[in-house]
Write a protein that binds this ligand. Structure first.
Ligand code: NAP
Length: 301
């Protein structure tokens, strides 16, 4: 039986693995996709203490190598369910394999929030993207749009402005949620146009995105913007439904847990963006990983 199973190989999960193995516990990390979580798509991290600049990919790779080098095992299988049998936790993966652990840390992160408009799903990969650094190159020298007003949207717009001929940044309010410094940087770029108080209301194009319709919330006016792609960056939603039999979720679906990373279930802990918290940052994800693993080690005795 493994001491600690960690669900999610993002910053929180891999940090938890580092703390677990360094405390002498065995740890397996399960990951449904690639290691690194959301940060892997950030071109340049400049707010992680002690590192002035690093790409998300390099950061995640170093973290992965650090955790596995110290002895954590990473299995690329999604977790479908967890059952508690006395002190034993039985983790079943989407591949149908079962693993047993004494403690579990849920570090499932969050996934991109879809716009929820017609044809969005159909046009993913055909002009609809949720990742500017992954897909931006496909639209080199073309006109594109970014939707959102948080840090991700601002970073995406900056990244795309260096690659594309023009970037429309569409936001539903006239104030950005993301950092003011990043807004100022965008204003200095010659090819970024802010489309404020507006929502994307229609996707236009036969087999791929050729244009979008944008509706101004104040006037009700609609405008057609000819773009080759729309990058959706309107935040994240959690994906914890599979564990709601064991732990409480808040009204938005995040795991109800405080800064101590404890859930209501004995021996089940949580870390990172998947839990209720006000600041979802790389530094807080790493902090959570340390807290959750320490709590799990204390629980194991
Ligand atoms: P976010 O901060 O939650 O921002 C989401 C944005 O999308 C908001 O501006 C929101 O508008 C808008 N929005 C939400 N639902 C919408 C809808 N249905 N239609 C249109 N617009 C919608 O998300 P994020 O930018 O992905 O960032 C997530 C977290 O990661 C944040 O804590 C952020 O600070 C952090 N992050 C940090 C960095 C960094 O520090 N380098 C980089 C990226 C992300 P309203 O403003 O009107 O609510």
């Amino acid at each position: 039986m493994t001491d600690i199973i960690i669900v999610g190989a993002g910053t929180a999960g891999l940090t938890a693995a580092i703390y677990a193995v360094r405390a002498g516990k065995s740890a397996i990390v399960f990951e449904a996709n690639a290691y690194g979580g959301q940060i892997i798509n950030t071109p340049d991290i400049e707010n992680y203490p002690g590192i002035s600049h690093v790409s998300g990919f390099d950061f995640a790779t170093e973290l992965y190598n650090q955790a596995t080098g110290l002895g954590a095992e990473v299995k690329f299988e999604g977790v479908a369910s967890i059952k508690v049998d006395g002190d034993k936790k039985i983790v079943t993966t989407t591949a149908g394999n079962s693993y047993e652990a004494k403690a579990v840390i849920l570090a499932t992160g969050a996934k991109n929030r879809p716009l929820g408009i017609e044809r969005e799903e159909e046009l993913v990969g055909k002009g609809i993207s949720y990742c500017a650094t992954c897909d931006g190159m496909f639209f080199k020298n073309k006109v594109v749009a970014v939707n959102g007003g948080g840090n991700t949207a601002l970073e995406d717009a900056a990244y795309l402005a260096d690659l594309c001929s023009k970037v429309y940044l569409i936001h539903r309010r006239d104030q950005f949620r993301g950092d003011a410094a990043d807004v100022e940087k965008l204003k200095k770029k010659g090819n970024v146009e802010f489309v404020l108080n507006s929502n994307v209301t229609r996707l236009i194009g036969q087999d791929k995105v050729e244009a979008i319709e944008v509706t101004n919330k104040l006037s009700g006016d609609t405008t057609r913007l000819d773009v080759a792609a729309l990058f959706v960056a309107i935040g994240q939603v959690p994906d914890n439904g599979a564990f709601s039999n064991l732990i409480d979720l808040d009204e938005k679906g995040y795991i109800a847990a405080g800064e101590d990373c404890l859930t209501k279930a004995n021996g089940i802990f949580t870390a990172g963006d998947c839990r209720t918290k006000s600041v979802r940052q790389l530094a807080t994800a790493a902090g959570d990983g340390a807290v959750a693993a320490s709590a799990a080690c204390h629980y194991l005795g």
